[in-house]
Design a protein around this ligand. Structure first.
Ligand code: ATP
Ligand code: MG
Length: 252
């Protein structure tokens, strides 16, 4: 399959990146816009990580280099979880085509670590699963460029810790790093049950290019996927029925 799908029927010359789900590609006019960041938002167990697995698998099948940033220390268990759903990532990891990188939230250099990894490699697909704990790291912001996670006790700061502007600058910086070079990124965000927000930080949804909402109706035992926003894309806002099976996400 082609890595890029030039969609010229809407918003001239938007290069589309296949999502890994054929039905979703159709709904998005070919896929995610090149260089975009899409937020996959949903409650626990709604299928956010599985969406990322489909996206990565698609990239691997196209011969692309992929980076999976995870806030879960147990990388082997993430790969095993994918494996149980039929996504066999080990060969690509061994070949160096796919890298799982643990984002250590206790380190004060997370921005730089992620940026160096992207700058020094030729990734085209990046996943951050999940953005939520990264967004919650306390930061200090000095000027526009200097952003660093810090301890609460830090006094030297231009913007107050845990202020909305500081968090916004921190999240925007992370999202800019993820869509550097020719990368197209997907970030997951946890929303608490019953919340009307699209992220726990209530800021990320305004900074990303696209939002896909993963929904659960526990009483009806149904799952839904809704495209809430996608830059440069004409799309329906209708929720689509999906299921999760041993092969991953399926449109019904
Ligand atoms: N083999 C399977 N068959 C059917 N459903 C499955 C199977 N494996 C997993 N699931 C469903 O997928 C869910 C896990 O999906 P996933 O890990 O993508 O959720 P998530 O939104 O990332 O959750 P979290 O917020 O905890 O990270 C499980 O809770 C289960 O409902
Ligand atoms: Mg998950």
């Amino acid at each position: 399959m082609d890595r890029f799908n030039k969609n010229i029927s809407f918003e001239r010359e938007v290069t589309r990146i296949h999502t890994g789900l054929e039905e979703l590609d159709v709904l998005l006019g070919g896929g995610y816009p090149l260089n975009s960041v899409t937020l996959i938002s949903g409650t626990p167990g709604s299928g956010k990580s599985i969406m990322c697995f489909h996206y990565i698998l698609e990239g691997l099948q196209n011969g692309e280099n992929c980076l999976y940033l995870t806030s879960d220390e147990r990388i082997e268990s993430v790969i095993k979880q994918a494996n149980e759903l039929g996504f066999d990532f080990w060969p690509a990891v061994e070949k160096g085509q796919l890298k799982f990188l643990y984002v250590d939230l206790d380190k004060r250099s997370i921005h730089k670590d992620i940026e160096d990894e992207i700058d020094n490699n030729d990734y085209s697909r990046i996943v951050l699963d999940s953005l939520t704990p990264v967004a919650e790291v306390p930061v200090w912001v000095r000027g526009v460029h200097e952003i660093a996670p810090t301890e609460h006790s830090k006094i030297t700061k231009d913007m107050p810790l845990e202020s909305t502007p500081a968090t916004r600058t921190h999240i925007r910086h992370i999202l800019n790093i993820l869509s550097k070079k020719n990368c197209t990124a997907m970030v997951t965000s946890e929303v608490p049950e019953g919340s009307r927000s699209l992220s726990r930080d209530t800021i990320s949804e305004f900074l990303v290019d696209g939002i896909i909402l993963m929904d659960l109706d526990t009483t009806m035992d149904r799952r839904k996927l809704t495209i809430r926003k996608m830059r440069a894309t004409k799309h329906s806002l209708k929720p689509h029925d999906i299921s999760i099976t041993s092969g991953g996400i399926q449109f019904l």
